[in-house]
Design a binder for this molecule. Structure first.
Ligand code: TRP
Ligand code: ZN
Length: 885
C-alpha cells in the first residue's frame, strides 16, 4: 500500500539496464509458516553503456533480507541501502556475484502475485512485476538470464516439485524433506519464472515435432480433477501442430507442463516450459463444463503455448510494448480457433466482444493507445485495448499485406530477434522489410487511442456508369490526446446488384476488374473511390469481416439491411446487417419508451429473423448468432447517453414479441435439436456446439412465452441431458422465469449436485447474479453469504460481483444508487486483499460518463468515497484517480 503519490512511469524515459544478470541460481526452502529464498546472481556491467560502475539498484518488495554478500564477502548494513522497494549497492568490478537470502510469506499472500499458496499448493505469478516479491532482482523484461532452480519441501505434502526447463537432479534427506533442481537453458526475463509444489496428479502424453524431437507433455491437476484434463491435452497437441504448420514454429524444450490452480488473477500464464493456468481454463468435461468453457480451454491453451515464441523466445523490451506479445498472441490464437471451429462464428464472437467492451474502454477515462505512453501500475494495462485491439492491429497488417507476406514478416521477426527483448517498432520493421511496404502511417494505430469513426456515403452516375464511395474518418479525443491524425483503415468490401449478385470491381484508372471483393486502404481524413462499369446503383457491403476496428456508418434503410442479410456473400456481414437492423428497431423502441408512447415493433425484424430460422442451409450456430439481439451493454455503448430502463424495456419487449410471433418455428427447431442431443453422446466439436447453441437460443426465447409445454421441455432438458451446456441453459432460463417453485427446486438441485465442484458453483453464482428480474442486488448480497463464496478466490469474485456489475445492468444501475454503493464497498475490501482484482472490478463505475446526470453523480460519489477510504493500492488508486478527472 502506498502513502505518498505513486510514480508515473513514461515510455520516453526508457533506459537500457546498467547491469546484466548472466546466470540466476535460486534455492527455495518451502515451509508452512515462511519460505526462504536464496539467490545467486552472476552479474556484469552492461558493456553497451560504458565501463564506469554506477550504483546497482535491485527491485525488491515485501522481502525480509537475511543476508547479502558480494563476491563471497558478507555485506554489513552500512554497505548497502534498503528501502521498501529497492536495494542499492556499489559493485566493486565490472563482473561480480551477489548472494542474497530473504524470508517471504507465501502462506499469507492474498494478492496472488509472487509466490503464494492456492489451497495446499505453492505456485507463482511473476508477470508483470511479481518476481521482485520473491527475491532482490533486476525485475524488468530486458534483463534476461539463464535460470537454475532448486525447490526443497516436505515430501508428504509436496510430492511434486516443478520449475522451468528440464529436470536436472533430485533427492531426499532423512527429515522427510526432498528437493528437485530444474535448469532452463533459454535466457528469459524474470516475469517468466515459475515454481510449483504440491500434491498433484498428471496426465502424460507426447508430441513429435516437425524435426522428429519427442516432447513430453504433462498436465498437472489436483487428484479429484484428473478426469477433466483430456480436452486440454488434445488442445495442446493441436496447438503445437498448428503453430508448426501455420507459423513454422517448433517447440524447443524436452518437456512442456501445464499446472491448474484454483486461485489465479487472470486466465493463464506462459512461464517457460511450465504454464500455470486458472483451473477454469484447463478443466473441461461434458458434465461440468459448457461448450463455451470447452472452447475457452482450447483457446487459452493455444494462447499460452503460442507465447513460447511470441513472448518468450522474443520478448518485450519494456512493459509499454506489452501488446507486442499479447496482441500478436491473441491474433494467433484467434486464427487457430477460427481454423478449429467455425471461422465466421469466431469472428462474430470476437467482434461483438470488442465492440461492446473494448470500444467502451476506448471511450472512457482509462482509454490508452495499444502502446501506452505512461502508467502508474502496469497490472492495470492488461486491458482489452492491449489484447483485443492489439490483435485487431495485427489482423489489419495481415489484411493489408496478405497471408503470405505476413508469414514472411513473422519469420523474419522471429529469426532476427530470437533471444532478444524488442519493441512494437521492431515487429513492424520486420513486416515492412519482408513485404517491401511502408507502414509508417499505419503505426498510428499503436500510438493514438480512441475508436475511429468512419462515415461513408455513396453516389451513382447512371450516365457515366460510375459509382463513388466517399469515406470520412475522425477520431474522438482521449485522455492526453486531443488531436488525431488519419489512420490507415483497410476496408474490405463488395458491391451487390439488385438481384443480390456481386459486381466485378474495377476502380477508375484500372485496366480491368479484379474479382468481386477487395480491400481499399483509406488513409486520408476524406477520400473517395470511384468504381467504373456500374450500370445500376449497387448496394455496398462494407467492412467485410470487420476489417478494421472502427465505428462505420452508412445510411442503410431497413429494407437494404434485410437484403444484405439475405444476399451478402460475406457471412460476417450478413450477421452484421441483422445486428444493424435490430439496433435500428431497438433504438426506435427506446425512443417510444422515452416519449411514453406504447411500444410498437417494426414487423420487418420478425420477418427477417423468421427467414433466418427457416433457413435449413445456414449453419445452426449462425442462426443462433443472428437470433441473438445486441446486448444491453452494446446498446449502452452506442448511445450518447444511455437510458438504462428504456434500453432494458425495449430489448425485453422485442424478445417477447419475437418469441410470440416466431413460436412455431422456434419450437420446431428446438425440438429437432433436442431430439438430436438426446440421441448423441456429447462431443466437443463444432457441429455439436452449433446444434446446442441454436437449441439453447430457441429455448431462451420460448421460455418467454411462459407456456406450460415449454416449462415441461425445459425441466426435461435439465433432468435428462448429459452435459453442462444444456443443463446450465435450462437453469438460466428458469432463473429468469416467473416459475418460482421450479426455479427454487432446480437451483437447489443444481447446488446439491455440484457442491463439490467449485468451477460449476461459479456458474451457479453467475446465472443468479446475471438475472435481470427485480431484487438483483439483494440476491447477490444473500449469495455472498453462501458457504461456497469467498472474496479470496478471484473466480468467485468474477462469478458473482463481476457478473452482477458487468452484465446485470438494470439491477446494478438501480436508480437509488445502491448497486454503486455495494460495488464501492467491495472494491474497498478487495483493495486490501487483492489489488489487481479490486482494480478490475472497479471498471463498471468508471463508465459514468455514459449515464444521465443523477447516475453520473452517484457513480462519481462512490469513486470519491473509494479515493478517500484510506491507503489504496497503486492499482486502485490509478483507476479511481484517472476516472475522476
Ligand atoms: N501473460 C498472461 C497472458 O497470457 C497474462 C497474465 C497472467 C497476467 N497472469 C497475470 C497479467 C497476472 C498480469 C497479472 O495473457
Ligand atoms: Zn497472453
Amino acid at each position: 500500500m502506498r502513502t505518498e503519490q505513486p510514480k508515473v512511469i513514461h515510455l520516453k524515459d526508457y533506459q537500457a539496464p546498467d547491469y546484466l544478470i548472466d546466470e540466476t541460481h535460486l534455492t527455495f526452502e518451502l515451509f508452512e509458516d515462511h519460505t526462504l529464498v536464496h539467490a545467486q546472481l552472476v552479474m556484469r556491467r552492461n558493456p553497451q553503456l560504458g565501463m564506469d560502475l554506477p550504483p546497482l539498484v535491485l527491485d525488491g518488495q515485501q522481502l525480509e533480507l537475511l543476508s547479502l554478500s558480494l563476491d563471497d564477502h558478507l555485506l554489513t548494513p552500512a554497505e548497502y541501502q534498503l528501502d521498501d522497494s529497492q536495494l542499492t549497492l556499489q559493485p566493486p568490478h565490472s563482473e561480480f556475484v551477489i548472494d542474497s537470502s530473504v524470508r517471504i510469506h507465501p502462506e499469507s499472500n492474498t494478492a496472488l502475485e509472487g509466490l503464494y499458496k492456492s489451497g495446499s499448493m505453492f505456485c507463482t505469478q511473476c508477470e508483470a512485476e511479481g518476481f521482485r516479491k520473491i527475491t532482490y532482482y533486476l525485475d524488468r523484461p530486458d534483463v534476461m538470464s539463464k535460470f537454475t532452480t532448486t525447490v526443497m519441501a516436505e515430501q508428504q505434502r509436496y510430492p511434486i516439485l516443478l520449475s522451468n526447463g528440464n529436470p536436472l537432479a533430485s533427492g531426499a534427506d532423512d527429515q522427510g524433506r526432498h528437493w528437485a533442481t530444474w535448469e532452463d537453458p533459454f535466457m528469459k526475463p524474470a516475469y517468466l519464472f515459475a515454481l510449483v509444489a504440491g500434491d498433484l496428479w498428471c496426465v502424460e502424453d507426447s508430441f513429435t515435432t516437425m524435426h522428429q524431437r519427442e516432447v513430453a507433455l504433462r498436465i498437472y491437476v489436483e487428484p479429484e480433477n484428473i478426469d477433466k484434463v483430456q480436452h486440454a491435452m488434445d488442445s495442446l497437441k493441436k496447438s503445437m501442430k498448428w503453430d508448426e504448420e501455420v507459423y513454422g514454429r517448433e517447440y524447443d524444450l524436452d518437456i512442456f507442463m501445464i499446472v491448474a490452480v484454483n486461485d489465479f488473477n487472470m486466465g493463464a500464464m506462459e512461464n517457460k516450459g511450465l504454464n500455470i493456468f486458472n483451473s477454469s481454463c484447463v478443466l473441461a468435461h461434458a458434465e461440468t463444463a459448457t461448450d463455451a468453457a470447452h472452447q475457452r480451454v482450447e483457446a487459452v491453451v493455444a494462447h499460452e503455448y503460442f507465447h513460447n515464441w511470441s513472448g518468450n523466445r522474443v520478448t518485450c523490451r519494456d512493459w509499454f510494448q506489452l501488446s507486442l506479445k499479447e496482441g500478436f498472441t491473441v491474433f494467433r490464437d484467434s486464427q487457430f480457433s477460427a481454423d478449429m471451429n467455425s471461422a465466421t462464428v469466431k469472428r462474430i464472437e470476437d467482434v461483438a466482444y470488442l465492440r461492446t467492451h473494448q470500444f467502451a474502454e476506448d471511450a472512457g477515462p482509462m482509454a490508452h493507445p495499444v502502446r501506452p505512453d505512461s502508467f502508474i501500475e502496469i497490472s492495470n494495462f492488461y486491458t482489452l485495448t492491449i489484447y483485443e485491439k492489439g490483435s485487431e492491429v495485427l489482423r489489419m497488417i495481415h489484411t493489408l499485406l496478405g497471408a503470405e507476406a505476413f508469414r514472411q514478416g513473422s519469420d523474419l521477426y522471429f529469426e532476427r530477434h530470437d533471444g532478444q527483448a524488442v519493441t512494437c517498432d521492431d515487429f513492424v520493421k520486420a513486416m515492412e522489410d519482408a513485404s517491401g511496404s511502408d507502414l509508417t502511417q499505419f503505426k498510428r494505430w499503436y500510438s493514438q487511442a480512441g475508436t475511429p469513426r468512419l462515415s461513408v456515403s455513396d453516389s451513382h452516375d447512371a450516365q457515366a456508369g460510375t459509382y463513388t464511395l466517399t469515406f470520412k474518418q475522425s477520431c474522438p479525443a482521449t485522455p492526453g490526446q486531443s488531436e488525431k491524425l488519419p489512420f490507415v483503415i483497410p476496408v474490405e468490401l463488395g458491391l451487390l446488384d439488385s438481384k443480390g449478385q456481386p459486381l466485378a470491381l474495377r476502380l477508375q484508372g484500372e485496366a480491368q476488374a479484379t474479382g468481386d471483393n477487395r480491400v481499399l486502404s483509406v488513409t486520408e481524413a476524406e477520400q473517395s473511390f470511384t468504381f467504373v462499369d456500374v450500370a445500376e446503383k449497387p448496394l455496398p457491403s462494407l467492412l467485410r469481416g470487420f476489417s478494421a476496428p472502427v465505428k462505420l456508418s452508412f445510411p442503410y434503410s431497413r429494407d437494404q439491411l434485410m437484403f444484405l442479410m439475405q444476399h451478402d456473400s460475406d457471412g460476417f456481414n450478413r450477421w452484421e446487417a441483422g445486428q444493424q437492423l435490430a439496433v435500428q428497431v431497438l433504438q426506435e423502441l427506446v425512443g417510444q419508451q422515452q416519449r411514453g408512447v406504447a411500444m410498437a415493433m417494426d414487423e420487418r425484424l420478425v420477418k427477417a429473423l423468421c427467414s433466418v430460422l427457416n433457413n435449413e442451409q445456414l449453419d445452426p450456430a449462425m442462426v443462433a448468432e443472428m437470433l441473438s439481439l445486441p446486448s444491453e451493454a452494446y446498446l449502452t455503448e452506442i448511445s450518447e447517453e444511455a437510458d438504462v430502463e428504456a434500453i432494458h424495456a425495449a430489448r425485453e419487449f422485442a424478445r417477447k414479441r419475437l418469441a410470440d410471433d416466431l413460436f412455431e418455428p422456434l419450437w420446431q427447431r428446438y425440438q429437432d435439436a433436442r431430439v438430436q442431443s438426446r440421441k448423441q453422446a456429447y462431443v466437443a466439436e463444432a457441429s455439436h456446439f452449433a446444434r446446442r447453441a441454436l437449441q439453447n437460443m430457441a429455448l431462451s426465447y420460448l421460455m418467454l412465452t411462459e407456456k406450460p409445454k415449454v416449462l415441461t421441455a425445459c425441466l426435461e432438458q435439465y433432468e435428462a441431458c448429459d452435459n453442462m451446456t444444456e443443463r446450465l441453459t435450462a437453469l438460466a432460463v428458469l432463473v429468469n422465469s416467473p416459475f418460482e417453485a421450479e426455479k427454487a427446486a432446480t437451483l437447489a438441485n443444481f447446488a446439491e449436485r455440484f457442491k463439490d465442484n467449485p468451477l460449476v458453483m461459479d456458474q451457479w453464482f453467475s446465472v443468479q447474479a446475471a438475472s435481470t428480474l427485480p431484487g438483483g442486488l439483494e440476491r447477490v448480497q444473500a449469495l455472498m453469504q453462501h458457504p461456497a463464496f469467498t472474496l479470496k478466490n478471484p473466480n468467485k469474485v468474477r462469478a458473482l460481483i463481476g457478473a452482477f456489475a458487468g452484465q446485470n445492468l438494470i439491477n446494478f444501475h438501480r436508480a437509488d444508487g445502491s448497486g454503486y454503493r455495494f460495488l464501492a464497498d467491495l472494491v474497498i475490501q478487495l483493495n486490501a486483499l487483492n489489488p489487481q482484482i479490486a482494480s478490475r472490478q472497479l471498471s463498471p463505475l468508471t463508465r459514468w460518463s455514459k449515464y444521465a446526470p443523477e447516475r453520473r453523480q452517484m457513480m462519481r460519489n462512490e469513486l470519491e468515497r473509494i479515493l478517500a477510504s484510506g491507503e489504496l493500492s497503486s492499482d486502485v488508486y490509478e483507476v479511481v484517480s484517472k476516472s475522476l478527472v
